[in-house]
Ligand binder design. Structure first.
Ligand code: UDP
Length: 241
């Protein structure tokens, strides 16, 4: 398990809604929490960034009378709701977790995010969930996860999705698509594959932060991804320099 000492896990907001189509599914939260707790107990330091797409995305409001900046602020608040929900789920699973926010929010969470506060809490054994994205409009939580991953000097950025890796084409549309076990940043660009949005992808590439794309919805996969090299090929794709 100790292949990675410190990880940044990115979870999409949409995945938290499960089959409901909106909001938070307690079963998904419990499944994620159990996996996160197992990995934390094995001694891996974990930072988490969650999206807000199950509640609100800034772009959704554009065209419906919302100003983009205000819509993005609503989206960032949605990520805080998800962060608090995951914190509760981890605590219910018997783990220790806290939420730091990218914007000051008073008694909500354990304070404002800084690299040093996050690392201090990780050393104390907490899973640190960073809510509020980057704190700025016009960014995504993919970019927030890349930024925080680089900042906290994570060994790897884990992007949990419903697809189990990077494919030659979209596997949900093209049945002939083949999964890569590993691929370089340069190949992803050359083949125009989609791993994360460009801002996030560039951030990782320039700072040599490897990305693992994997399916977090299969229980036990988080542990498998972090285990020995062979298992990764089965459950995800490694993007590296
Ligand atoms: N957001 C933002 N700045 C950030 C991160 C997120 O403005 O740094 C807003 C943006 O409106 C985004 C929403 O929060 O649409 C939710 O995040 P995201 O779409 O990344 O969530 P996901 O798709 O992962 O559920």
């Amino acid at each position: 398990m100790a292949k990675y000492k410190r990880i940044l896990l990115k979870l999409s907001g949409e995945s938290l809604q499960g089959k409901q189509g909106y909001g938070l599914d307690p079963e998904v939260l419990a499944s994620y929490a159990a996996q996160i707790r197992t990995v934390a107990e094995a001694g891996v330091q974990i930072g988490i960034v969650i999206g807000g797409g199950n509640i609100f995305r800034g772009m959704t409001g554009v065209g419906k009378g919302f100003d983009r900046v205000r819509g993005d602020q609503m989206g960032m608040l949605a990520t805080v709701i998800n962060s608090l929900a995951l914190q509760s789920a981890i605590e219910n699973a018997g783990g220790r977790a806290c939420v730091l926010t990218s914007i000051p929010m008073g008694p909500v969470g354990a304070g404002i995010y800084s690299k040093f506060r996050a690392l201090e809490l990780m050393r104390e054994g907490y899973v640190v969930i960073i809510g509020g994205g980057t704190g700025n409009p016009f960014f995504t939580t993919d970019t927030a996860s890349a930024l925080r991953g680089v900042e906290i000097e994570a060994d790897v950025l884990l992007k949990g999705t419903r697809v189990d890796g990077v494919y030659t084409a979209d596997p949900e549309k093209d049945p002939a698509a083949v999964k890569y076990d590993r691929i370089t940043f340069a190949e992803v660009i050359e083949k125009r594959l989609k791993v994360m949005d460009l801002t996030a992808f560039t951030m990782c590439m320039e700072n040599r932060l490897p990305i693992i794309v994997f399916d977090m919805d299969t229980p036990g996969n988080l542990e498998r991804v972090l285990a020995e090299e062979g298992a990764l090929a089965e459950v995800g794709t490694l993007v590296h320099n």
